[in-house]
Design a protein around this ligand. Structure first.
Ligand code: GRF
Length: 213
């Protein structure tokens, strides 16, 4: 039986591409990508899905100037997202550069089935520090700007993590992690690209592994 995977993204979708390529090469275990959804119309990941004839959708979060309406609008958007995804009965939902936080109400509809890619090192214990393989303690970077944050902190290294998603943002049981050294002349772009090389390798390995459990 195939293991169906939905991918949520907001950007370029190079991790989606790694999954598509691995599936085509027979390197994704029993996993099959069944659905791709983005909250951003220009997300190149949507084009990648279309090229490969994968069912895909664009579901924008409606904007409003009225801040009192915002929670209800967001809840309705999230419920539409959940309904859309549920139509594909995915065994796994991969947040591959999806720049929205999902509420417990969403997560409860897909228990244990949502995983996230985070472009920094997260500890096993949900704490504020990560101990590197050489024993150095560095801050556990969370949020949407962790690549520039790693440079701003002057860290010797950073990395990437894949974890199960829980209601606590950038937390949850760790599935894979790789350390990436920060080089003297790294810019945000050069560092992020080296991190993404590892992320693409890890997401293929994790999805394949989960599909064979
Ligand atoms: C990755 O670095 C991921 O960790 C972060 O967004 C990036 C997505 O890259 N959350 P891409 O869109 O798959 O190229």
């Amino acid at each position: 039986m195939a293991y169906s995977v939905a991918v949520l993204l907001s950007g370029s979708g190079s991790n989606l591409q790694a999954l598509i390529d691995a599936e085509a090469a027979g390197k994704l275990g029993k996993a099959r990508i069944c659905f791709v959804v983005s909250d951003q119309a220009e997300a190149y990941g949507l084009q990648r899905a279309l090229v490969h004839q994968i069912a895909s959708a664009y579901l924008p979060l409606p904007r409003t100037r009225n801040s009192t309406e915002r929670p209800a609008i967001r809840a309705a958007w999230e419920q539409r997202l959940a309904t859309m995804i549920a139509a594909f009965s995915p065994d796994l939902i991969v947040l591959a550069g999806f720049m929205r936080i999902l509420s417990p109400r969403f997560l409860d509809q897909f228990p244990e089935r949502v995983i996230n890619q985070h472009p920094a090192l997260l500890p096993d214990d949900g704490g504020s520090h990560y101990t590197t393989s050489s024993g150095i303690q560095i801050p556990a970077l969370r949020g949407a700007h962790v690549v520039p944050d790693a440079l701003a902190h002057g860290l010797p290294l950073t990395g990437c993590t894949i974890h199960r998603v829980t209601p606590r943002v950038d937390d949850g049981p760790i599935l894979a992690r790789t350390e990436v050294p920060i080089l003297p002349h790294d810019s945000i772009e050069t560092l992020h690209e080296r991190i993404k090389l590892e992320e693409r390798r890890m997401i293929v390995e994790v999805v394949a592994r989960l599909s064979l459990l």
